[in-house]
Design a binder for this molecule. Structure first.
Ligand SMILES: *Cc1c(COP(=O)(O)O)cnc(C)c1O
Length: 401
């Protein structure tokens, strides 16, 4: 039963973008017991906690193997190393993502080749991939952005046809589904992050690689620990990409709650759609194809996130498109309403990739998304009253500027 709070409360309560303390309060005793267990064992690197987490996450992700690593960034790096991506190789990916997606490619001396996104989902548009393939292309690296999976069927089809590997950047998409199949289980390798703000967050850095291929699993396992075939016998040049037992123990407490938390995020997404639909703002949603006409439209228009059929969107972020984005963001922040731009500068326009030679205007759907998107609070513990606060503030911004 949701009680409508008094109007003055809706107008004034602060709403954080994310409230990790609210989640911690619900699992404090179990977390502390798990941490005590590790401290008593004094076994801190890899070991039984990590092995148990790997088994549990592999099952959750419908993958045969899971290998815990030190971060989502290192998951990407080690996955690319496992398929032997090296200097001169090309990897096709999206420019509208977190930096590590392309950074991990470049760190191996390989070249990120950016192709534009589908403006509806913000994910790589498979229709653009084939034209970017050259005889140096080794892999395709789609990102399941904000918690919705990319178009894996056409991507896998293109990869099979051109004999390319597919690495899924599933850092924002644990438990997300495409045609009933989970993120990380369709490509050759899947990369996950346990950064605290991800849906399954550790108490520090952590990550994981999934695969259904036993040889790749063995390779990733070696690479995360100096390429050791056995202790002090290095078969590959690997590194220290190991996951801590303390992080694994924390994640094992959280994993059984993940589906509940996801359901909370999905309910909050529905609530936003309903609350926005009740306002006088022009709100466009999934059913209409969203034209990229926000910039030129004279109306106060918002575009809700699109969920394609046959997907399980896990809403790591609830990202709308809006007009006057910078002014709206400043207005919300002034009223202590958390919001953030993911991501303001697309990867092809990052300073460090200038030598790749992509001019502004080259990937227009990504550049448009970078200019128009705004993430609103969506974490599971958010209340309806807090969501009303967010929606009221946005209405006020457009109607009584
Ligand atoms: C968070 C994230 C990463 C990197 O994960 P870290 O654990 O922060 O290193 C990579 N790709 C995407 C899309 C992410 O959101």
């Amino acid at each position: 039963m949701i009680h409508t709070p008094p109007a003055d409360k809706i107008e004034t309560q602060p709403v954080p973008l994310l409230d990790l303390k609210a989640q911690y309060a619900t699992i404090r005793d179990d977390i502390q017991a798990a941490i005590d267990r590790v401290i008593e064992a004094q076994y801190f690197i890899l070991g039984p906690e990590v092995a148990a987490l790997e088994e549990e996450v592999a099952a959750y992700c419908q993958s045969r193997f899971a290998i815990g690593v030190s971060s989502g960034t290192d998951a990407l790096l080690v996955a690319l190393m496992a398929i032997d991506v090296k200097a001169g190789d090309e990897v096709i990916t999206t420019p509208y993502s977190f930096f590590a997606t392309a950074g991990s490619i470049a760190r191996l001396g390989a070249k990120p080749v950016f192709v534009d996104i589908d403006p509806l989902t913000f994910n790589i548009d498979p229709a653009n991939i084939e034209a970017a393939i050259t005889d140096r292309t080794r892999a395709i690296l789609p990102v399941h952005l904000f918690g919705q999976m990319a178009e894996m069927e056409p991507i896998m089809e293109i990869a099979r046809h051109h004999k390319l590997m597919v690495i899924e950047d599933a850092a924002q998409a644990i438990g997300s589904e495409y045609q009933g199949r989970r993120a990380g289980s369709i490509g050759h390798l899947g990369c996950f992050s346990f950064f605290p703000s991800k849906n399954l967050g550790a108490f520090g850095d952590g990550g994981l690689v999934t695969t259904n291929d036993e040889d790749l699993a063995t390779r990733v396992k070696r690479l995360r620990n100096h390429g050791y075939r056995k202790k002090y016998h290095s078969q590959d040049v690997g590194g220290n990409f190991r996951l801590d037992a303390l992080q694994a123990a924390v994640l094992r407490v959280k994993l059984p709650h993940l589906d509940n938390w996801t359901a909370g995020r999905q309910e909050n997404a529905d609530t936003y759609r309903r609350l926005f639909a009740e306002t006088d703002l022009v709100v466009q949603s999934d059913s209409d194809p969203a034209g990229g006409d926000l910039q030129t439209s004279g109306e106060s228009k918002l575009i809700m996130p699109t969920v394609l059929p046959d997907r399980r969107h896990i809403y790591n972020q609830f990202v709308i498109r809006c007009q006057q984005r910078e002014a709206l963001m400043a207005y919300l922040k002034e009223r202590k309403i958390g919001c953030e731009v993911y991501y303001p500068v697309p990867l092809h326009l990052q300073e460090c990739f200038a030598e790749l030679g992509y001019p502004p205007g080259n990937l227009p759907a990504s550049e448009c998304a970078a200019a128009e998107t705004l993430a609103l609070p969506i974490y599971p513990e958010l209340t309806e009253s807090m969501q009303q606060t967010v929606v009221h503030a946005i209405v006020n911004f457009y109607q009584n500027p």
